[in-house]
Design a protein around this ligand. Sequence first.
Ligand code: UD1
Ligand code: CA
Length: 458
Amino acid sequence: MAEGFTVLILAAGWGTRMHSSVPKVLHPVCGKPMVEWVIDAARAAGADQVVCITRPGDGVAEGLPDDVTIAEQTEGEGTGAAVLAARDHLTGDRPAVVLSGDHPLLAAKEIADLVETHEREGAVATMLTTESLDPAGYGRVVRGEDGSVERIVETKYTEGVPPEELAIREVNLGTYAFDPVELVGALDRVALENDELYLTGVVPILREQGGRIAAHVTDDPSGALGINDRSQLMEAEELAQRRILAEHARAGVTFQSPQTTRVEAGVEIGADTVIAPGCNFTGATRIGTGARVGPYVNTIDSAIGDGATVIQAYMVEAEVHDNATVGPYAYLRPGAIIREGAKIGTFVEVKNSDIGRGAKVPHLSYVGDAEVGDEANLGASTITANYDGRRKHRTKVGKRAKISVHTTLVAPVDVGEGAYTGAGSAITEDIPDGALGIARPRQENVEGYGKRVEEEQE
Ligand code: UD1
Ligand code: CA
């Protein structure tokens, strides 16, 4: 890969075509803001300095990696004005690469190849172009008789563009390598068009000064895709998703239904894991090896261990450890830790609770703010009453304890190791190790009751 160049990322446009209060380049593609895709590609291509051009107070700079330099566009409109906002970084004789923050899927290799072409051809400017996109809205590349690039025709506002130029299929992708000093000199001479300073305006000026303008043509339409509106954002999302799934698949993950599976950028999945239809893995989700996940599992910043099985579940900041099983129909909320080999069954909600190794909560339960010991069993309809209307309280269930069906554990309460509860109990007092706690009215049988009712009806 090429080494030692500066990358400017233009990210200060208004993005009006998005109709959004969020700056365009912060819109996520597969969970990762567009501009971060571009930063990552620049780094992977070998950039040693990345300068991001933003507007004061637009929030784009927040959340970017610390090693990204910010330059604020405080004056002028247009891509040329954006580049001039970083003029202090446009020095020396190494190439300056200009990228658009709205081309999220540009591959690192395209950037490296562009720099390589630029240097090989001894060009003053080299632009990335393609013929494999619908050219509408892009700048068309007008080539001279000798085949070299003469100028770029902007077609965003199509009035006045001659039909033969509108017919051109080759478009400018807003990705360039420049000689930095020549670039600044030419930009200072570009005239405004539609009140904007177009970066593409430097092309005829550099050419007139005797510089060579090269083009590096790509046929990868996904990398080329520019995002100006949400229909293009949707296209980018699909293309990026394909790319992410293919990468996991090559590393050993089976997707039974790629069309219905969504995996965000940055999610980790181990080899030999099988993903059934209808899954959505988001944020910092990590899934281990040999796991079976789905159908219909949604995870947000959660972890699923090796060999675990999770079916029809919604997980938020929760951990399912190795060989544990979850679902169908489980809701694991923040702080739910399901330890090795434990089982969370059907219609079970767990929040801020540690479920010990091999413990079971198989049916219809709510476990909140609890610590459940290894191998304990919580029968159907076990409920922790963890909230007294003002504060949350903790419940502790000892190792191997057996909570019988329909038990309410009124916290704070402590059930000892190997202890039992009677079915239908509301447990308000601690139960010692090995003891049985029953807390329900005694049953009373009224003899002959049925007969008496019959006689009264006669
Ligand atoms: C630009 C190119 C066009 C090319 C297309 C590729 C120009 C004049 N035109 O058009 O030839 O085909 O990209 O997608 O350059 N930006 C700023 N400050 C500004 C204006 C824009 O930082 O004042 C940034 C935007 O955030 C965006 C990038 O520059 O990331 C491109 O701007 P945009 O308005 O989308 O340019 P296009 O009309 O798409
Ligand atoms: Ca654009």
